[in-house]
Design a protein. Structure first.
Length: 202
């Protein structure tokens, strides 16, 4: 089998699963709840936030030419309207490190986790989510977009049961219903801040 000369060979990660220390995200809050349906806390994960250079060297050594990573919204906008230049600078360094190794950087702007403040308001079921995600995306794209080879808004296919407009909600709420419902009462009783999960789960 032959492939075009410009065929993209790559690997992909999700920020929360590899970076570590993503304490401002809704998933970190769920992991920290007592009880939690997570068997293990993500903690420092693979420590890719500090060790991304080592990981990219491995990727390049495997002969891959593209890296799809996610930009963690909870790091970029830890509180509504408050954007972290430090976080944007970090992802700029990741992008630069990709190019230095002849790896095309592809960023996903949303890969399953949300800032806690987004989740508190209902996450993707909240009427303000489009405006909020657009604002975050605009700030991030203005800072980093010109350095990227490719970009994607979401890691999930935006196609739901009733059309593309409900795809994210269906995907996230469906997973939440399968995994979270047995624990929802306990999470609320434990004082978890994500009470808005009740809205998503109906």
């Amino acid at each position: 089998m032959t492939f075009p000369a410009d065929f993209v060979w790559g690997a992909a990660t999700a920020a929360h699963q590899v970076e570590g220390g993503n304490w401002n995200s809704d998933c970190w809050a769920l992991e920290s709840a007592k009880p939690s349906f997570f068997v293990e806390h993500s903690g420092v994960a693979c420590d890719q936030f500090a060790r991304y250079g080592d990981d990219l060297a491995i990727l390049a050594g495997l002969g891959l030419n593209t890296y799809r990573f996610s930009i963690e919204w909870a790091r970029i906008e830890p509180e509504e309207g408050a954007f972290s230049q430090q976080a944007l600078d970090h992802y700029k360094r990741v992008i630069d490190a990709c190019w230095q190794r002849n790896i095309q950087p592809m960023a996903t702007f949303h890969h399953f986790t949300n800032p806690r403040w987004v989740a508190r308001d209902g996450g993707w079921a909240d009427d303000r989510i489009v405006e909020r995600f657009a604002r975050y995306s605009a700030v991030t794209a203005a800072s980093l977009g010109g350095e990227l080879a490719y970009a994607a808004a979401h890691d999930l296919e935006l196609q739901g049961a009733d059309g593309p407009e409900d795809g994210v909600l269906v995907a996230h709420a469906g997973l939440a219903e399968d995994l979270h419902r047995p624990f929802l009462g306990e999470l609320v009783e434990a004082g978890l801040e994500l009470l808005a999960l009740e809205r998503v789960l109906g």
